[in-house]
Design a protein around this ligand. Structure first.
Ligand SMILES: Cc1cc2nc3c(=O)[nH]c(=O)nc-3n(C[C@H](O)[C@H](O)[C@H](O)COP(=O)(O)O)c2cc1C
Length: 234
């Protein structure tokens, strides 16, 4: 049985996955790596199903199969797959801090956002939830950013970085470290997508200010990658 990340289906599956309204201050205290990033949105928080830790496909098969997929079917992503992809990007693995991707000095500068046709979400790794920041389709405006195929994906992951978190520890060296880390996170999403019989493409060709405006990103969140993901077009 599939659960799709739309408000209509979430309402129908509320008994399985709770959607709660919380104050933004509670959210910040419990889920953010740094006080510099805050969610200003609808106030809705959605519990994601737990990630699965086993697969029928080997890492080697996934590495061999990966390529940059730029043509997607309209098929929406099931909530289980959304959950899995977000976990692959920045899910908690060891203790309450370590994540699926390495981070210089455990400074964790990366923030992961997700746009679907239904809404715009911010991933909260510590609780494996998403905060609903907007109920608008923010994929559609991406048609004008240059790489127009991005706007045809059923899901677009937005990787941003709060450079100050890493600069506090590493100073000028942080710029290099943070961008390297974005590569790790991006590859995790691409490989996880293939393991789920989907594909994606990392996209760096955009104007930062345009992306920041479309998604109303916090001032301290620098957009580094857009990653459209979907099933291959038939
Ligand atoms: C840092 C970086 C930025 C990229 N930016 C874009 C982009 O803006 N648009 C795009 O279509 N592909 C982009 N790509 C994907 C590359 O074009 C792609 O990986 C390359 O052509 C090799 O093909 P493959 O991924 O299918 O192996 C980017 C890849 C990297 C690593």
């Amino acid at each position: 049985m599939k659960y799709f990340l739309s408000f209509f289906s979430i309402a129908a599956t509320i008994s399985l996955f709770s959607c709660t309204s919380c104050s933004e201050s509670n959210l910040d205290n419990s889920t953010q790596d740094s006080a510099t990033t805050s969610d200003t949105g609808t106030g809705d928080i959605i519990d994601l199903p737990p990630p699965r830790l086993e697969s029928d496909v080997s890492l080697e098969e996934v590495l061999q199969a990966r390529y940059s997929l730029r043509k997607y079917s309209d098929e929406p992503l099931p909530l289980e797959d959304i959950s899995q992809l977000l976990w692959s990007a920045q899910g908690i693995t060891h203790g309450d801090k370590k994540k699926t991707a390495p981070s210089a000095g455990q400074t964790y500068p990366m923030e992961v956002y997700l746009a679907t046709p239904d809404a715009f979400y911010h991933y909260l790794p510590q609780t494996h939830q998403v905060a609903v920041l907007s109920k608008e389709n923010l994929i559609a405006p991406l048609a004008d950013i240059g790489e127009s195929f991005v706007a045809k994906a059923p899901a677009v992951f937005i990787l941003t970085a709060v450079f100050a978190r890493t600069e506090q520890k590493y100073g000028d060296r942080a710029e290099r470290y943070v961008k390297l880390e974005a590569g790790h996170v991006g590859q995790n999403i691409l490989l996880q997508a293939v393991a789920l019989e989907m594909g994606g493409c990392v996209v760096g060709a955009f104007k930062d200010n345009e992306i920041a405006t479309i998604f109303n990103l916090p001032d301290d969140n620098a957009p580094l990658y857009l990653i459209p993901v979907g099933h291959p077009e038939e």
